[in-house]
Design a protein around this ligand. Sequence first.
Ligand code: HAM
Length: 420
Amino acid sequence: MNDLLPGEIEIWQFVESTARTLFGRFGYGEVRTPMVEDTALFVRSVGEETDIVGKEMYTFEDKGGRSLSLRPEGTAPAARAYIEHSVNNQEPVSRWFYMGPMFRYERMQTGRYRQFYQIGAEAYGAKEPAQDAELMDMVVQFLEALGLQEVTLNINSLGDENCRPVYHAKLVEYLKAHREELCADCQQRLERNPLRVLDCKNEKCQSVAAAGPNVLEFLCEPCRAHFNDLQRKLELLGVRYVVNHRLVRGLDYYTRTVFEFIAAHPALRTASTVGGGGRYDKMMKGLGGPDVPAVGFAMGLDRLVLLLKESGKTFAQRPDLFIAVADEGSQDEGLNLASRLRREGLKVDFDTRGGSLKSQMKRADKSGARFTLVLGEQERTSGQAKLKPMAGGEPVPVALDSVAATVRAQPEAPAPAPAA
Ligand code: HAM
């Protein structure tokens, strides 16, 4: 679990505000659900045999004897809220997004944390492949807006309740015949969740899986048509993808489409999956809700931030102005001027400790402010001062009652005023 401090948080805020703006354009409204839910919610949706539910949840009993869990993901809580508020009676097609912390007891490594953050979106009520394609297009536009281009979209179809059992039986038969070649974990997976053998990182398991049955060859006609149409629509939208028949995902609720966005950057090491999702047409009903199809995704915010850090871009907003005081008698006036300019929308830094002009100038340098204004007795009596450009250049004369306008009028545009 990490602490996020100023200096880094600006990257997080950039990712979050980009998501809010972009997802809003696609008609998604934000939802916020509690951090804890009944444990049973995740058991019934994500699945008892998954690593997430079986090994990674933070589960505890509350004072009323209920079993609760810190949410390991956001899809099940959003579905619970959708059912609880009978949303489908008011609006059959609803689109939601969320962002916030999720919790999984995982082994710590780069890009894999126990409290991590997701930005996710869920589209309810449309079973058509156009919805899957539109959602993936939204992720692509989101990554573009962040300036992250080297990310590959992998797609697959896991079939539905008609065709998946046939594939499942064939896969188990095949894997049992190769049991001795699998790693110890996969020998166990074979009994509990054989699909997971397909995305084991062990080289031997990978070569066994590669030669095994291909899920796409087992799709029934409607699932095949859905998958083909999805690909046609992705092409129509210019969304590039690769078909990966071994993509299975680590959650049990998916039917038909599954997808993952995988980044090429080595900084992420084994945590290269920056996002994933898929269709879960049966989950809502399985939770006792209405029979509403849905498709969604979640991105790992921590991983997006790691990639943005690597890009070397700066996200912190530097101050427009640093106000330094030349003498103790100007301290009150400096405090007051800073207050006034902030009200007028400037980002202003001021050393509330006072102290020598030299030490204040050091701080001004460190602050990264565009200009410094030194306030002393002479400036106070004349009402005139100078804006010293910190990057070098001629000082700009300024009247103390028009500092904000003068700063704004300087060539390199200052940071925009915060929205009211
Ligand atoms: P997921 O693949 O389990 O899917 O998680 C989505 C993303 O969250 C991952 O691709 C990864 O970037 C990030 N993530 C997962 N675990 C960690 C961790 N321990 N540390 C850092 N990042 C992590 C879901 O959670 C589904 N609810 C997605 C979805 C939405 N499916 C349909 N709708």
